[in-house]
Design a protein around this ligand. Structure first.
Ligand SMILES: [Fe+2]
Length: 244
């Protein structure tokens, strides 16, 4: 099952789609890449907004999108979610579970774009200990751009079990060095899923099909099949230990 676990398709929610027309174009692009499910993960920043307000805005935006979709033909099945920016005390909030991906106990967590220092690992550890949900770490490869090594990324796994979400663009456009780093992540055995992190049709289009081709070429069909299997298990809300 092809699932896009990370997208900014909901109209006027964040820096993603600017209107329902743009959302529809992005959905068409995903459909032409044979994506079965798309999780709508608008940015959530606890430092700017409370959970209730975010959920309310998301309902309105989703209503607008559904109206624009009308009877339009095939389209990936849509699931509501959020890209939750790391906020240390958030996992203890009694409302935190409302940010899970629809019908699951999985959350998509975005970490700070900075070099991970000891104090970050400490607050990350606390966050994970207080978190009753399963964590997908958003665009895990992007943290490599802030002075973090692949080992700094793997150090996160000392604090719990996670799914790594990799952005399709990072795979499709990887240069030599990035490919080497991605290989280490692919070969680590940590469960991987894909996300387009699409924001618009021009500078940040979905690229799911390109990423699929690169994965098959570089790591073989089995690697891509593994991603599809993990995706299906997450949609079914299976335990993280079942993922591979
Ligand atoms: Fe994102």
């Amino acid at each position: 099952m092809r699932v896009d676990f990370h997208s900014h398709i909901l109209p006027v929610m964040d820096d993603g789609a600017k209107n329902p027309g743009e959302s529809l174009k992005l959905l068409e692009m995903l459909d032409s890449s044979k994506v079965d499910n798309a999780v709508l993960t608008s940015h959530f920043y606890r430092q700017k907004e409370n959970i209730d307000s975010f959920i309310g805005r998301r309902e309105i935006s989703f209503g607008t999108l559904k109206k624009a979709m009308g009877e339009s033909g095939s389209c990936p099945e849509l699931l509501l979610g959020a890209e939750i920016y790391f906020y240390p005390s958030l996992s203890s909030d009694p409302d935190f579970g409302r940010l899970c991906m629809e019908n699951t106990e999985y959350i998509l967590l975005e970490l700070p774009f900075e070099r991970f220092q000891d104090n970050f690992y400490r607050s990350f550890s606390k966050f994970v200990n207080n978190c009753e949900h399963k964590i997908i770490l958003a665009h895990i490869e992007r943290y490599l751009s802030f002075g973090n090594t692949v080992d700094d990324i793997f150090r996160l796994c000392e604090y719990g079990d996670f799914v790594f979400q990799i952005n399709c663009t990072s795979i499709a456009e990887a240069g030599f060095l990035q490919k080497r780093k991605l290989s280490k992540i692919f070969e680590s055995g940590v469960p991987i899923v894909l996300g387009t992190d699409t924001h618009n049709t021009t500078s940040r289009p979905p690229m799911f099909d390109k990423a699929e081709k690169c994965i098959v070429k570089q790591y073989g069909q089995r690697a891509f099949d593994r991603i599809c299997r993990n995706s299906e298990l997450i949609i079914e809300n299976c335990e993280l230990s079942k993922l591979g």
